[in-house]
Design a protein around this ligand. Structure first.
Ligand code: 4NP
Length: 158
């Protein structure tokens, strides 16, 4: 049975990538594909390793029905390039950092998360230094892009 493994990556792994992780996990479970599409998230930085998502990200997600409380931050590691088929960066700096870490044998998809979805934005703006509206914007972008990502991956599983 073919499986696809998806890793969402941001800087701290406490705001954007755990939001994408939690929302996509729900979408995949609703589609009954939890054994075919495996999901994780990580940060390029190590400051928040082991921590739960930022309380503002968790609260905003919970208001839309997504529970992020089981997630813990971890840092990207070189083996991720052997273990994942899709590494999806939240912004251009995350993508550059991943490109610098990539193993030569990596044959998967490394790109921007917002290459999926319909937003004119190509990066998910970092909400960490700002207010609540930034976390709502992250949720809007992630909800849109995850729908398109799921449709794309379903096409790969056929
Ligand atoms: P994230 O947001 O990359 O979406 O998790 C950030 C979290 C923490 C920091 C920066 C961005 N920080 O500088 O600690």
């Amino acid at each position: 049975m073919k499986q696809l493994r998806v890793l969402f990556v941001c800087l701290g792994n406490i705001c954007r990538s755990p939001t994408a992780h939690g929302i996509f996990e729900r979408r995949v479970a609703e589609a009954g594909l939890q054994d075919r599409i495996l999901i994780d998230s990580a940060g390029t930085g190590d400051w928040h390793v082991g921590r739960v998502p930022d309380s503002r990200a968790s609260a905003a997600a919970l208001k839309r029905g997504y529970d992020l409380s089981h997630l813990r931050a971890r840092q990207v590691r070189p083996e991720d390039f052997l273990e994942f088929d899709y590494l999806l960066a939240m912004d251009q700096q995350n993508l550059w950092d991943l490109q610098a870490l990539a193993l030569p044998e990596f044959a998967g998809h490394l790109g921007l998360f917002l290459d999926f979805g319909n937003s004119p934005l190509k990066e998910v703006p970092d909400p960490y230094p700002g207010g609540e509206e930034g976390f709502e914007a992250v949720l809007d972008l992630v909800e849109d892009a995850t729908s398109d990502l799921l449709a794309h991956l379903c096409g790969q599983l056929d």
